[in-house]
Write a protein that binds this ligand. Structure first.
Ligand code: PEP
Ligand code: MG
Length: 759
């Protein structure tokens, strides 16, 4: 028999039907709502390769050094070709088609899903490594089954089996053919907390078919439910831009924009949440251990599409310290790594080492991403992560900035994290202390949940003080706008548009060449508008492009970037903008149109100016696109020592404000590369030389009636706040997580100043 019906499959059949089918069979048997279907067994695949005589060539083709990416690619191509271009024997084909026809009227849409025999094992989640095809009908059913077989030899699968030491010829693949659930909504559910195992059900939900959630293409709604009381503890309703649906005409799965009225709408009704909780408990009871479930809702019914054990909960087995002495780890027993605490919070999870080869959909909810350095295209995965650990980078690197905005604990600049830590290992990341320890968190406090709002509203729990010095917030990704606005900050002190541009995946030049300048302007408008809207009428200071060439190099078109010996001192900020005036004016055009649309709360800021002549030139470009500098608030960053020392000339050009970029100012005053972990202990924004130059600049600006601000990382530091408030700075812009503390610190210093003056 080439096929077996799911009704007849049990977990003991794992070796013949693979993990996915075995689990679907178990769920069906337990009376859970599973769409009906059958499995093309692993034996069918094995017989196919053996009888066709391609097995030996197949296994020798994939016996390569998987660190050699070219060899890996060739191996994958050859294996794929061997499998899909070999005819499936007629009797097997007939049996598959006959089983399909008996499922309905012969036109049933089915999902064709790989079920590898080494997949979903309790101690090594291979989830998502093999293909799934949705909305398949008879015409291409057998081809799709072959594609699933071939996906056993994707580059990623070959790579992973090598890493985990699974011999290629011992892994087989079965294929599940299951009635398609035309999902109106779908998502994933953890029946217990994925890091701590606490009785908390976590549900993620989005519109349409499930892949959008599983692949991280969309930020789903997140519901955390106390399993004992059934109460929803926290709920985060995300803005859902994309969904996957069946195209009515072609039957194919297509990506669509979510209609406006549904984007910010809560996906699940209370009744659906209740039903999911009920099913979650049933599944966990059935297996006797926490499960990671994929589900879908269609026609008012909730279906279970997959269930596998959660592999990230620490059972304490590899944790030598018991609960009582786990805290006493300062002797280094549990200590694995140290770096810079870049985003606060303590949390535990399973390590996912992400190299350039990997696809990010391996990163599951609650994993700890460990990577050399994060890249713009990692942001969706970073949102799912419990924590982030990097080899490289400083407090102002991409990883640090984005983690802080997402509220995900992070430790950066650890040196060899990607070598020291092992995939699947359970660790605890302390984003305040900058440490990574063995085992799960040992505290009564719940771990910080990414995307939930335990820490989302720093100000909400305490009354926000009214301070004379304004307290603003920094934003780099529009996704963080709502969270930033909720802090109660007096505005945005820095909106870095380069993260918006980097997320386009192409350099601006390449993007414009491919999509046209209008599309570029619209992309900028849309990102900036999200922030301007979230804060309206509070002011939003948006900065023109400032990405060094090494960041652009990671993008499509990056090969055209100049090679620089030291990008930090090179072609970036206003220097690049003035050298590429056309591109610069596209940015300014976006701001002009937003002003015309009524977002008069926008202010324009130019980065990395050297002196008054840079400012004059930038001003001319503003005028050239039709922005009246007299009518709008605009200013510059003070990041070079030259701009601080020559601030009078800058003031003469008519700026309304200047803002200290202490990340750059410190690196230029102290000659310490801000992203170089070898000298990070020398990077000190409170160094007297840096404070001197800032103090003098504030004095000069106060005399000229120009506002002063800080938007570098140091604005979140209490000692810097103390110094600047005493010097008379107009506003301080802090990270989202620091706004509440900065409000308090400003309040304290201002009160002390008043007291001192009357004593
Ligand atoms: C700075 O230099 O302090 C700053 C805020 O700009 P960026 O970190 O983007 O260079
Ligand atoms: Mg800077």
């Amino acid at each position: 028999m080439a096929v077996a019906w799911l009704d007849d499959v049990r977990s003991t059949d794992l070796g013949t039907v693979g993990g996915k089918a075995a689990s679907l069979g178990e769920l069906t048997e337990a009376g859970l709502p599973v769409p009906p279907g059958f499995v093309v067994t692993a034996g069918t695949y094995r017989t196919f390769i053996e009888e066709a005589g391609i097995d030996e060539e197949l296994f020798s083709a994939v016996d390569v050094d998987s660190e050699d990416s070219e060899a890996l690619e060739t191996a994958h191509e050859r294996a794929h070709e061997l499998i899909v271009e070999t005819e499936v024997p007629e009797n097997v084909r007939a049996e598959i088609v006959e089983a399909y026809r008996s499922m309905g009227d012969g036109e049933t849409f089915v999902a064709v899903r790989s079920s590898a025999t080494a997949e979903d094992l309790p101690d090594a989640s291979f989830a998502g490594q093999q293909e799934t095809f949705l909305n398949v009908t008879e015409d291409d059913l057998v081809d799709r089954v072959q594609e699933c077989w071939a996906s056993l030899f994707s580059q990623r699968a070959i790579y992973y089996r090598n890493q985990k030491g699974f011999p290629h010829d011992e892994v087989d693949i079965a294929v599940v053919v299951q009635t398609m659930v035309d999902a109106e909504k779908s998502g994933v559910m953890f029946t217990s907390h994925p890091s701590t195992g606490d009785p908390r059900i976590i549900i993620e939900a989005a519109w349409g078919l499930g892949e959008a959630v599983v692949s991280g293409a969309v930020s789903p709604d997140n519901y955390v439910v106390d399993r004992t009381t059934g109460e929803v503890e926290t709920m985060t309703v995300a803005t859902k831009k994309l969904m996957h649906v069946k195209d009515e005409e072609t039957g194919e799965t297509v990506e669509r924009e979510v209609p406006d009225d549904k984007r910010d709408q809560q996906v699940l009704t209370q009744a659906e949440i209740d039903r999911l909780i009920e099913l979650g408990k049933q599944v966990e009871d059935h297996y006797g251990e926490p499960q990671d479930v994929e589900w879908a809702v269609a026609g008012g019914e909730v279906y279970m599409l997959q269930s596998r054990p959660i592999t990230t909960i620490d059972d304490g087995a590899d944790d030598s310290a018991d609960d009582a002495d786990a805290d006493a780890d300062d002797d280094g027993d549990d200590h694995l790594l140290s770096g810079l605490g870049a985003s606060p919070g303590i949390t535990s999870g399973a390590v996912r080492i992400v190299t350039k080869l990997d696809h990010l959909d391996q990163v599951s909810e609650g994993d700890v991403i460990v990577t050399e350095m994060t890249m713009p295209d990692m942001v969706p995965a970073m949102k799912r992560a419990a924590a982030i650990v990097t080899d490289e980078g400083g407090m102002t690197s991409h990883a640090a900035i984005i983690s802080r905005e997402l509220g995900v604990p992070a430790v950066v600049g650890c040196g060899g994290a990607t070598h020291t830590l092992e995939d699947g290992q359970i660790v605890t990341v302390d984003g305040e202390m900058g440490t990574v320890r063995k085992g799960a968190v040992d505290t009564d406090e719940p771990a910080v949940e990414p995307g939930t709002d335990d820490d989302d509203v720093p100000v909400g729990s305490r009354p926000k003080p009214i301070t004379a010095t304004e307290v603003k917030v920094n934003v780099s990704i529009p996704d963080a706008a709502e969270r930033a606005a909720k802090t109660g900050a007096d505005g945005v002190g820095l909106l870095r548009i380069e993260h918006l541009v980097l997320s386009l995946g192409k350099t601006p030049e390449r993007y414009i060449a491919d999509e046209g300048s209008e599309a570029y302007v619209k992309e900028l408008m849309s990102g900036v508008r999200t922030v301007a809207e979230a804060f309206y009428p509070r002011p939003v200071r948006v900065r023109t492009l400032d990405a060094p060439t090494d960041e652009f190099r990671q993008l499509e078109g990056g090969e055209d970037e100049p090679t620089e010996h030291n990008p930090m001192l090179g072609y970036r900020g206003i220097r690049r903008s003035l050298d590429r005036p056309e591109l610069f004016e596209h940015e300014l055009e976006a701001f002009k149109r937003l002003y015309e649309q009524g977002y008069e709360n926008l202010e324009i800021m130019f980065p990395l100016v050297t002196d008054g002549s840079d400012v004059a030139a930038a001003r001319e470009h503003m005028e050239a696109v039709g922005i009246d500098p007299e009518k709008r608030d605009w200013g510059v960053m003070i990041e070079t020592p030259a701009s601080a020392m020559g601030v009078e000339d800058i003031v003469d050009e008519g700026v309304d404000f200047v803002s200290f970029g202490t990340n750059d100012l410190t690196q230029y005053v102290l000659a310490v590369d801000r992203n170089n972990e070898h000298v990070s202990d020398r990077f000190d924004e409170l160094h007297p030389a840096v404070l001197d130059i800032m103090g003098d600049t504030i004095d000069a600006c106060r005399a000229a009636g120009v506002d002063t601000s800080i938007c570098g990382q140091a604005g979140s530091h209490p000692k810097m706040v103390d110094f600047l408030v005493r010097k008379g700075i107009t506003s301080i812009s802090a990270n989202i997580d620091a706004v509440a503390d900065v409000f308090e610190e400003v309040d304290r210093v201002e009160s002390r100043l008043i007291l001192d003056s009357v004593r």
